[in-house]
Ligand binder design. Structure first.
Ligand code: ADP
Ligand code: ADP
Length: 229
């Protein structure tokens, strides 16, 4: 089975007094193969976050079907949730918690036995072992992003999804994050990320899908896509 299977996904945001109901996803279908780094590329407003938030359960789809690691997000929520880790775009941490505490709290939420060994293993994986007991407010932006990745991996999901992991970060940090994502993928994690940087998708991804105005307009191995351009 593919890591993620999406069929005829439609999301129409509810109309409010101020805005008409926006059709953010207009019948999207694709598979994310196991073991790959899969890039979802598109301009601002294309529907990328809506798609990621649907996988994360933060957005309720209007219609269509989504399976994560073979588990339907409507009918098999528990297994779907256990199979995916989400790195949101926004960085939100309580400033008075330490990375070790953040990861322990997350373990609690996911019913994972709390273990300092596991916490340190996760922190080492994102190169934050020396910051285990620093307050989150003292971490740099790059360290916070890496902590978010460790947090998403607490329950060892086979699929890691990152929403614009390098939006607004400098070149140096971008390369660090790319390396980290590659390392995770080498360790067997299927990765899905959204980006509006073509260069990022080219460098990092095995396969790229392009979304625009809520529709998938391409979905190809990176090499084929680059040869076309
Ligand atoms: P941004 O990512 O641009 O900062 P958010 O996604 O955080 O915006 O949205 C802020 C609030 O506005 C949320 O309540 C969201 O549901 C709502 N919102 C975002 N985009 C729109 C839109 N195009 N029309 C109506 N409401 C929106
Ligand atoms: P992207 O992540 O590719 O920038 P989004 O998924 O955030 O795109 O947005 C897709 C479309 O849906 C945009 O037109 C956006 O304004 C609209 N939108 C996003 N969130 C909301 C919301 N909460 N309510 C209404 N419209 C929204």
């Amino acid at each position: 089975a593919p890591a993620i299977r999406i069929r005829d996904l439609v999301k129409r945001y509810t109309a409010t007094g101020k805005s008409a109901g926006k059709l953010a996803l207009d019948g999207v279908s694709f598979d994310v193969p196991q073991g790959q780094i899969f890039g979802l590329l598109g301009p601002n407003g294309a529907g990328k976050s809506t798609l990621i938030n649907t996988l994360a359960g933060l957005v309720t789809k209007t219609s269509g079907q989504v399976e994560i690691w073979g588990h339907d997000i409507d009918h098999d929520v528990r297994n779907a949730k256990a199979s995916i880790g989400i790195v949101p775009q926004e960085i939100v941490f309580d400033p008075f918690f330490t990375p070790a505490e953040v990861l322990n709290n997350q373990a609690g939420l996911y019913g994972v036995p709390k273990s300092m060994r596991r916490t340190m293993e996760l922190l080492r994986a994102v190169h934050l072992a020396d910051k285990a007991n620093a307050y989150a407010r003292s971490l740099s932006g790059g360290m916070k992003r890496r902590l978010l990745i460790a947090k998403a991996m607490v329950h060892s999901p086979p699929v890691l999804v990152l929403d614009e992991p390098t939006a607004g970060v400098d070149v140096e940090l971008r390369r660090q994050l790319w390396e980290l994502v590659s390392e995770m993928n080498h360790d067997g994690v299927t990765v899905v990320l959204t980006t509006h940087y073509l260069e990022e998708a080219e460098q990092l991804c095995d396969r790229i899908a392009i979304i625009n105005h809520g529709k998938l307009i391409a979905n190809k191995p990176t090499r084929e896509l680059v040869d076309m351009a």
